[in-house]
Design a protein around this ligand. Sequence first.
Ligand code: DLZ
Length: 156
Amino acid sequence: MSLAAPSATAIDGSAFRVGLVAARYNESLVDALLERTMKGLLGAGVKETALILVRVPGSHEVPWAANELARRGRPDVVIALGVLIGGDTSHHEMVGASVSAALQQVAVETRVPVINGVIVTNTRPQAVARCRGKINRGGEFATAALEMAALRRRLS
Ligand code: DLZ
Protein backbone atom coordinates (compact mmCIF):
# COMPACT_ATOMS: atom_id res chain seq x y z
CA MET A 1 0.00 0.00 0.00
CA SER A 2 1.29 3.44 -0.90
CA LEU A 3 1.19 5.90 1.97
CA ALA A 4 1.43 8.89 -0.36
CA ALA A 5 -1.45 11.33 0.08
CA PRO A 6 -3.62 11.70 -3.02
CA SER A 7 -3.29 14.99 -4.86
CA ALA A 8 -5.78 17.42 -3.32
CA THR A 9 -6.87 18.71 -6.72
CA ALA A 10 -8.23 15.26 -7.60
CA ILE A 11 -10.12 14.73 -4.36
CA ASP A 12 -13.88 14.34 -4.43
CA GLY A 13 -15.15 15.77 -1.16
CA SER A 14 -18.75 14.57 -1.50
CA ALA A 15 -18.39 11.82 1.11
CA PHE A 16 -16.63 13.91 3.77
CA ARG A 17 -17.98 15.49 6.93
CA VAL A 18 -16.02 18.60 7.87
CA GLY A 19 -16.00 20.30 11.27
CA LEU A 20 -15.26 24.02 11.27
CA VAL A 21 -14.40 26.03 14.38
CA ALA A 22 -14.19 29.78 13.89
CA ALA A 23 -13.30 32.48 16.41
CA ARG A 24 -15.41 35.66 16.51
CA TYR A 25 -12.59 37.99 17.57
CA ASN A 26 -11.56 40.05 14.49
CA GLU A 27 -14.90 38.85 13.18
CA SER A 28 -14.97 40.40 9.71
CA LEU A 29 -11.57 38.88 8.91
CA VAL A 30 -12.45 35.46 10.29
CA ASP A 31 -15.74 35.56 8.36
CA ALA A 32 -13.83 36.26 5.13
CA LEU A 33 -11.44 33.40 5.91
CA LEU A 34 -14.38 31.12 6.66
CA GLU A 35 -16.10 32.09 3.42
CA ARG A 36 -13.03 31.24 1.35
CA THR A 37 -12.53 27.98 3.22
CA MET A 38 -16.15 26.96 2.66
CA LYS A 39 -15.93 27.95 -1.00
CA GLY A 40 -12.97 25.58 -1.40
CA LEU A 41 -14.78 22.73 0.34
CA LEU A 42 -18.06 23.17 -1.52
CA GLY A 43 -16.17 23.54 -4.79
CA ALA A 44 -14.63 20.11 -4.21
CA GLY A 45 -18.05 18.56 -3.70
CA VAL A 46 -18.43 18.66 0.10
CA LYS A 47 -22.15 18.92 0.81
CA GLU A 48 -23.40 21.94 2.73
CA THR A 49 -25.22 19.59 5.09
CA ALA A 50 -21.89 17.87 5.83
CA LEU A 51 -20.38 21.06 7.27
CA ILE A 52 -20.62 21.48 11.04
CA LEU A 53 -19.78 25.03 12.12
CA VAL A 54 -19.08 26.10 15.70
CA ARG A 55 -18.26 29.70 16.70
CA VAL A 56 -16.22 30.61 19.79
CA PRO A 57 -15.25 33.97 21.34
CA GLY A 58 -11.57 34.03 20.40
CA SER A 59 -8.65 31.96 19.14
CA HIS A 60 -7.82 30.86 22.67
CA GLU A 61 -11.12 28.94 22.79
CA VAL A 62 -10.66 27.26 19.39
CA PRO A 63 -8.78 24.11 20.59
CA TRP A 64 -11.48 23.25 23.15
CA ALA A 65 -14.21 23.40 20.52
CA ALA A 66 -12.05 21.52 18.00
CA ASN A 67 -11.59 18.77 20.56
CA GLU A 68 -15.34 18.51 21.27
CA LEU A 69 -16.14 18.52 17.57
CA ALA A 70 -13.52 15.86 16.78
CA ARG A 71 -14.88 13.59 19.54
CA ARG A 72 -18.63 14.14 19.17
CA GLY A 73 -19.26 15.35 15.62
CA ARG A 74 -17.87 12.33 13.69
CA PRO A 75 -15.96 14.59 11.27
CA ASP A 76 -13.34 13.32 8.80
CA VAL A 77 -11.35 16.46 9.46
CA VAL A 78 -11.61 19.63 11.56
CA ILE A 79 -10.56 23.08 10.36
CA ALA A 80 -9.74 25.62 13.10
CA LEU A 81 -9.96 29.28 12.10
CA GLY A 82 -8.96 32.45 13.90
CA VAL A 83 -7.03 35.67 13.42
CA LEU A 84 -4.49 36.84 16.00
CA ILE A 85 -3.12 40.32 15.35
CA GLY A 86 -0.19 41.83 17.25
CA GLY A 87 -0.57 44.88 19.45
CA ASP A 88 1.79 46.49 21.93
CA THR A 89 2.77 43.13 23.36
CA SER A 90 3.69 39.68 22.11
CA HIS A 91 0.37 38.26 23.38
CA HIS A 92 -0.60 37.19 19.86
CA GLU A 93 2.57 35.12 19.49
CA MET A 94 2.07 33.46 22.85
CA VAL A 95 -1.57 32.58 22.16
CA GLY A 96 -0.68 31.50 18.61
CA ALA A 97 1.97 29.08 19.89
CA SER A 98 -0.28 27.58 22.55
CA VAL A 99 -3.22 27.22 20.14
CA SER A 100 -0.98 25.56 17.57
CA ALA A 101 0.34 23.04 20.11
CA ALA A 102 -3.15 22.34 21.48
CA LEU A 103 -4.59 21.74 17.99
CA GLN A 104 -1.81 19.28 17.23
CA GLN A 105 -2.58 17.49 20.50
CA VAL A 106 -6.28 17.25 19.57
CA ALA A 107 -5.38 15.75 16.20
CA VAL A 108 -3.02 13.15 17.63
CA GLU A 109 -5.25 12.18 20.57
CA THR A 110 -8.55 11.98 18.66
CA ARG A 111 -6.97 10.67 15.42
CA VAL A 112 -9.02 13.26 13.52
CA PRO A 113 -6.77 15.56 11.45
CA VAL A 114 -6.96 19.20 12.51
CA ILE A 115 -6.02 21.95 10.07
CA ASN A 116 -4.41 24.91 11.82
CA GLY A 117 -6.14 27.89 10.22
CA VAL A 118 -5.35 30.33 13.00
CA ILE A 119 -3.52 33.17 11.30
CA VAL A 120 -0.96 35.08 13.37
CA THR A 121 0.24 38.43 12.04
CA ASN A 122 2.05 41.50 13.34
CA THR A 123 -0.28 43.98 11.62
CA ARG A 124 -3.88 44.23 10.45
CA PRO A 125 -2.92 44.74 6.75
CA GLN A 126 -1.01 41.44 6.89
CA ALA A 127 -4.15 39.75 8.22
CA VAL A 128 -6.38 41.41 5.60
CA ALA A 129 -4.08 40.17 2.81
CA ARG A 130 -4.38 36.59 4.09
CA CYS A 131 -8.11 36.57 4.85
CA ARG A 132 -9.66 38.51 1.97
CA GLY A 133 -6.75 39.78 -0.11
CA LYS A 134 -4.26 38.30 -2.52
CA ILE A 135 -3.17 35.42 -0.30
CA ASN A 136 -5.96 32.83 -0.24
CA ARG A 137 -5.26 31.07 3.04
CA GLY A 138 -8.88 29.88 3.26
CA GLY A 139 -8.50 28.01 -0.03
CA GLU A 140 -5.24 26.49 1.21
CA PHE A 141 -6.91 25.29 4.42
CA ALA A 142 -9.73 23.67 2.43
CA THR A 143 -7.22 21.88 0.18
CA ALA A 144 -5.18 20.66 3.16
CA ALA A 145 -8.37 19.46 4.88
CA LEU A 146 -9.48 17.43 1.85
CA GLU A 147 -6.05 15.88 1.53
CA MET A 148 -5.99 14.84 5.18
CA ALA A 149 -9.59 13.57 5.15
CA ALA A 150 -8.79 11.39 2.13
CA LEU A 151 -5.56 10.17 3.71
CA ARG A 152 -7.34 9.26 6.95
CA ARG A 153 -9.92 7.22 5.02
CA ARG A 154 -7.18 5.43 3.13
CA LEU A 155 -5.22 4.56 6.25
CA SER A 156 -8.14 3.47 8.40
C1 DLZ B 1 -8.09 39.04 24.20
C2 DLZ B 1 -7.76 38.83 22.76
C3 DLZ B 1 -6.86 39.70 22.10
C4 DLZ B 1 -6.19 40.84 22.80
N1 DLZ B 1 -6.57 39.57 20.82
C5 DLZ B 1 -7.15 38.54 20.12
C6 DLZ B 1 -6.86 38.36 18.74
O1 DLZ B 1 -6.13 39.11 18.09
N2 DLZ B 1 -7.46 37.31 18.12
C7 DLZ B 1 -8.29 36.43 18.77
O2 DLZ B 1 -8.79 35.48 18.12
N3 DLZ B 1 -8.58 36.61 20.06
C8 DLZ B 1 -8.06 37.62 20.75
N4 DLZ B 1 -8.34 37.80 22.07
C9 DLZ B 1 -9.37 36.92 22.70
C10 DLZ B 1 -8.79 35.59 23.21
O3 DLZ B 1 -8.52 34.69 22.14
C11 DLZ B 1 -9.82 34.92 24.17
O4 DLZ B 1 -11.08 34.86 23.55
C12 DLZ B 1 -9.95 35.67 25.48
O5 DLZ B 1 -8.70 35.83 26.08
C13 DLZ B 1 -10.87 34.92 26.46
O6 DLZ B 1 -10.28 33.67 26.82
